[in-house]
Every structure is written in structure tokens, then in C-alpha cells.
Design a protein around this ligand. Structure first.
Ligand code: HEM
Length: 459
């Protein structure tokens, strides 16, 4: 027999070691074996559903409805910086200053919306224009959100807009990739997978002159600085925890990340459902025109738009935003009230789509009823219930509990203004590739090729 070459010997030892390691891993009891998890056990088995999950997330989570779902967390400390995890003060600023100042932010949001619509929908009277709905929704959302965050003129600066838009999408892709990298290559892999440093450098170039000028005014005028900007950047500076350009840049980009992708995805769905349901247009127009006649484009006016609110909430419930959500990690061993034991480090998530399509929670859950929530409000006699921004155990689009989305009131106001304005200003109908959605790693997304036809309102 010929002598084994070094290479064959290396392969042989490697194979034997792998078989031993695999046999050991599958024979070891897993601390979660008592819990009905969605993933099969075993060394390779856990990666197979992860791959299947990329294209078929809904089905896998549906399988695990009423069971606990394991999931990897996206690693924000690598895509933005460790300070986002260790000092999430932006959450407090959103809960307090952003939410308290919604009335003051509204005129800027509306102004930015009209400017973006005029630029994107530059058609002649009686002419239909075909618009890719995903791109359109992202462009308008990023501008409206940026207006509240950095104000004019930066919110319209093309490179900044591109950074805050594409950068958000990059972070999502990088986060998904990082979530799939095995732990032992993680620290090294993060450096190569993320574009964090170049993103922050690019952002700092835009923010540096603005931050420096604002710091100068604060030093010069102190409390007497009368035309102090009323935007998120200024609230971060005033808070005083981070006064350097790199740290503030990371915080601002993270803030925009928090609001951008989910709001833009919601806008795309709402516009698609509006185009697909022409029977809703008249009732919506009547409501919006009445509210604007009585209160103008104010928060009071927006609050009167219950059909608009219900249309948005029902669209997101019916179409779904994600297969699973409200992700939590057990930071220590936990025993739940039903006796279920979760060892430290366990990731859990709720089967959001399944819960929002459960007939115990919603009558006729697989039927789109645009004004479902107005009917429920009328039935219980309380219009403050069942609102888009409300959080309940059967309405999980904004999460649940202490970590529920702090930006939901801003998101709700922004979406309502947009839908209300579009419905009274334009006619819409479905275009190409409509209204198909696709599933990506659990998220339910509008197909990027989907088009809508817009025309200036004719009647
Ligand atoms: C329709 C639009 C939006 C949707 C569907 C949405 C949804 C969510 C969800 C599901 C969570 C996780 C909640 C949980 O785990 O319980 C979340 C968290 C968060 N959202 Fe939103 N969001 C939206 C808009 C916004 C906006 C506009 C902002 C910024 C103003 C924002 C800022 C955040 C932040 C900072 C968190 C993390 C909260 C924390 O860690 O405690 N979101 N959002």
C-alpha cells in the first residue's frame, strides 16, 4: 500500500475529528430539550432551518405557533458601536422629547412630504405615472424622518439622504449576515462584513459643521439662544451625554435606522392596499376633508382621522410585517409563570403573524376589513382604543412591554399625514407586479419590482 501523503493524512484526521465532534454534540442533552422549539437539534440540523428560514420564515414560525421560537439577535454593537447597547439614551429622548413635540414637528413633516411628492410625482394633469412603490416609499420616508432629525437643509442633501437610506439597508443586510456567523469567527468576521467605519466617516462629514456651529451658539448665547433648532440632533446635543462628532453621528444614524426601514415598509404596504381597494377611497376622502376643514393639518385634525388610522392598522395586521417579533433574550435563568424554564442566553420571540391571524383574536382574520378598528371602537364606545399606535397582546406590530417601539406615535402621525394627503391629492391604481409580497428572514416585504400608477386627482 502506498504511503499516505501528508494531505491525505490531514484530511483523514480532520474527518475523524469532525465525526467525533458531531457525535459528541448530538449526544449531549441540550438545555432547551424540554421546550418545543422550531429548530431540529444537532450540529448541522440547526443551520438547515436557518437557511430555509431566509425564504420561508412564515411557514416555519407558523409551525411553532404556541411554541417558543429561537432566534439570533442582530448585533448592533458592531453595526453602530457598543455605546448603542450600553447607553440607549436615544430611547428616552424619543419617548419624551419627540413624542411631546409632535405638534411642533408636524408642519415640517408635512412640508417635507409635499416637497418630496412634488419632486417624485411630476406628472401633467390627467396623466398616469408609474412609480416603483418600494423606492418611492423609502425616498419619502427618509426625507420626512430626516426633517425631524436634522432639519433643513441637510434633510435634502443628496449624499446624506443616500447614506441614511442605503446605509440603513446595508445595516440590515450586515446584521442578518452577522447573525448567521458562528461565534468563533465572529469578532474577526464583523470587521470584514460591516461597513461601519466608512458609514460613520461619511456621516460625520455632513454633521461636523452643523454640530460645531450649534456647540458654538450654545457656548456663545447659552440659555439666551433664541432660535435654537427644534430637532432630534439638538435634543441629543442638549442632553449632553455625547458631544463629539463621531459619537453624535453614530447616534443620529442609529436613530434613523430605528425609524427608517420599518416606516418605509409600512408606507409601501399602505399605498399598495389603497390602490388595491378603490372602494375605500371615497370614505377616506370624506373623513380627511371633514377633519381638515374643521382643524386644518394639525394634530387635532389628524386625531379625527379614525378611518385612516384603521386602514393603516388593518393593512399591517392583514399583510403582516414580520413572522416573528418582540425578541427577547434571557439574561439569566428564567422560569415563566406556566413553569417553562429558559436557561440564561435563550432567545425567544412571538409568532406575530400567527397571533394577528388567529381567529381567537380577530373575527374573520384572513379577510381584509379596512375599517375593522373603527367598528371595534364604535362597539366599545371608546375611540382611544384599537388605535394604530396602541399596543396589545394581539397587536404586536410595535412590540410589547417596556421595550415597545418608542417611535410609534411619530410613526403613526407620519403615516396618517401621508395617507391622508395622498388620498385627497392623487388617484392610485395597481401597476406591474402587484400586490405580491415576499418573505425574507421572517420579514414580510413588498416586492421591489411592484409598481403603482399615480395621477393627480380628477374629481
Ligand atoms: C411603522 C413604523 C414602525 C414600526 C412597525 C416599528 C416597530 C418596532 C418594533 C416591533 C420594535 C421592537 C419592540 C419590542 O421589542 O417590543 C421597535 C423598536 C424600536 N423602534 Fe420602532 N417601529 C416603527 C417606527 C419607528 C420610528 C419612526 C422610530 C424613531 C423615531 C422608531 C424607533 C425605535 C427604537 C429606538 C426602538 C428600540 C426600542 C428599545 O430598544 O427599547 N421606530 N420598533
Amino acid at each position: 500500500m502506498e504511503a499516505l501523503t501528508n494531505f491525505q493524512l490531514f484530511c483523514g484526521v480532520g474527518l475523524a475529528t469532525s465525526i467525533l465532534a458531531y457525535s459528541y454534540a448530538v449526544s449531549r442533552p441540550h438545555p432547551l430539550d424540554h421546550i418545543p422549539t422550531v429548530r431540529p437539534s444537532g450540529l448541522l440540523g440547526s443551520y438547515l432551518p436557518a437557511i430555509k428560514y431566509i425564504t420561508n420564515g412564515i411557514d416555519i414560525v407558523q409551525q411553532g405557533f404556541e411554541e417558543l421560537v429561537l432566534n439570533d439577535m442582530i448585533r448592533m454593537e458592531y453595526t453602530f458601536g457598543p455605546q448603542m447597547l450600553h447607553d440607549p439614551y436615544h430611547v428616552t429622548i424619543i419617548r419624551t422629547l419627540v413624542t411631546r413635540n409632535l405638534s411642533a414637528l408636524l408642519p415640517g413633516i408635512k412640508d417635507e412630504m409635499i416637497a418630496t411628492l412634488d419632486e417624485s410625482l411630476d406628472m401633467k394633469p390627467n396623466e398616469w405615472e408609474s412609480i416603483p412603490v418600494v423606492d418611492f416609499s423609502q425616498s419619502i420616508t427618509v426625507r420626512m424622518l430626516n426633517r425631524t432629525v436634522v432639519g433643513l437643509p441637510l434633510c435634502r442633501e443628496p449624499d446624506w439622504v443616500d447614506l441614511t437610506l442605503r446605509g440603513t439597508m446595508d445595516v440590515i443586510k450586515e446584521g442578518i449576515l452577522l447573525g448567521r456567523v458562528p461565534n468563533f469567527v465572529f469578532a474577526l468576521g464583523a470587521k470584514f462584513i460591516t461597513t461601519t467605519s466608512s458609514r460613520l466617516r461619511r456621516g460625520a462629514k455632513h454633521l461636523e459643521p452643523i454640530i460645531n456651529e450649534r456647540l458654538r451658539c450654545m457656548e456663545t448665547y447659552g440659555e439666551g439662544w433664541t432660535n435654537r433648532p427644534s430637532d432630534v440632533l439638538q435634543w441629543f446635543i442638549d442632553e449632553g451625554r455625547e458631544r463629539t462628532v463621531p459619537l453624535l453621528t453614530a447616534r443620529i444614524l442609529f436613530f434613523l435606522f430605528g425609524g427608517m426601514a420599518s416606516s418605509a415598509a409600512a408606507v409601501a404596504k399602505v399605498l399598495c392596499f389603497l390602490a388595491a381597494n378603490p372602494q375605500c377611497v371615497q370614505p377616506l376622502r370624506e373623513e380627511v376633508e371633514r377633519a381638515i376643514d374643521e382643524h386644518g393639518w394639525t394634530r387635532e385634525g389628524i386625531a379625527q382621522m379614525r378611518r385612516v388610522d384603521s386602514f393603516i392598522k388593518e393593512t399591517l395586521r392583514f399583510e403582516g410585517t414580520t413572522a416573528y417579533g418582540v425578541q427577547r433574550k434571557a439574561t439569566k435563568d428564567v422560569t415563566l409563570s406556566d413553569g417553562t424554564f429558559l436557561p440564561r442566553g435563550t432567545n425567544v420571540a412571538f409568532a406575530v403573524y400567527a397571533i394577528e391571524h388567529d381567529h381567537h383574536n380577530y373575527e374573520d382574520p384572513f379577510t381584509f376589513k379596512p375599517f375593522r378598528f373603527v367598528e371595534l371602537q364604535d362597539k366599545c364606545g371608546d375611540p382611544s382604543k384599537y388605535q394604530f399606535a396602541s399596543i396589545t397582546h394581539d397587536s404586536l406590530g410595535f412590540g410589547l412591554g417596556k421595550s415597545a417601539c418608542p417611535g410609534r406615535f411619530l410613526a403613526s402621525m407620519t403615516l396618517k399625514v401621508l395617507l391622508a394627503y395622498i388620498v385627497v391629492t392623487y388617484d392610485l391604481k395597481p401597476g406591474k407586479d402587484f400586490p405580491d409580497s415576499r418573505h425574507l428572514a421572517g420579514a414580510i416585504l413588498t416586492r421591489p419590482s411592484a409598481k403603482l400608477l399615480f395621477r393627480r386627482r380628477m374629481d
